[in-house]
Design a protein around this ligand. Structure first.
Ligand code: MN3
Length: 199
């Protein structure tokens, strides 16, 4: 069963001025579509065809580089479009905020740790907020790896992630990755992050 590229739940312009429409269009319609198509090509006719993406990622060390790179790319972008959706809560609250305070000491400490992970990841990759049992951790991964993978240094369930590949920000921010990372805080849909935390 082939994986499907989900439609964006909002317009390309919805995240302006923080992420421009052209970046959104290319990122979803070209990059994410490419990972999806290449994942489907890599698993066609194999026993991975019947597994969920989470099952595939949890055993990814046993599969090809094409499955690792494109399976990660497929999953990671699905999460990304959801957690930066417009219209949700603009700050964490309730049990999620409690968990952030318990794990990092304060919201500000968490923000600093997340920004550091995102800005210091060398080359292409992602930074994450990861749920491990009841605790939260910040991590970063190279390429299209993520914390669901058995190869990840920090394993767990990703509930927030920022794409720091240049294709995510270069048209608007060029080499200024820290400006994109700072802008990202205006976009986070904390209702969606809380949903993932509870689910
Ligand atoms: Mn990307």
């Amino acid at each position: 069963m082939a994986f499907e590229l989900a439609k964006l739940g909002y317009d390309y312009t919805a995240l302006e001025p923080y992420i421009d429409a052209r970046t959104m269009e290319l990122h979803h319609d070209k990059h994410h579509a490419g990972y999806t198509n290449n994942l489907n090509a890599a698993i066609a006719g194999t026993d991975l065809d019947s597994k969920s993406i989470e099952e595939i990622l949890s055993g990814v060390s046993g599969y090809s580089a094409a499955v690792r790179n494109n399976g990660g790319g497929f999953y990671n972008h699905n999460l990304y479009w959801d957690v930066i959706a417009p219209g949700g809560a603009k700050s964490p609250s309730g049990v999620l905020l409690d968990a952030i305070n318990d794990s990092f000491g304060s919201l500000q400490n968490f923000q600093e740790a997340f920004n550091k992970a995102a800005t210091t990841r060398f080359g292409s990759g992602w930074a994450w907020l990861v749920l491990q049992d009841k605790k939260l951790a910040v991590s970063s991964t190279p390429n299209q790896d993520n914390p669901l993978m058995d190869v990840a240094e920090v394993k767990g369930k990703p509930i927030l992630g920022i794409d720091v590949w240049e294709h995510a920000y270069y048209l608007n921010y060029q080499n200024r990755r820290p400006d994109y990372v700072n802008a990202f805080w205006n976009l986070i849909n904390w209702d969606e992050v809380a949903r993932r935390f509870k689910g």
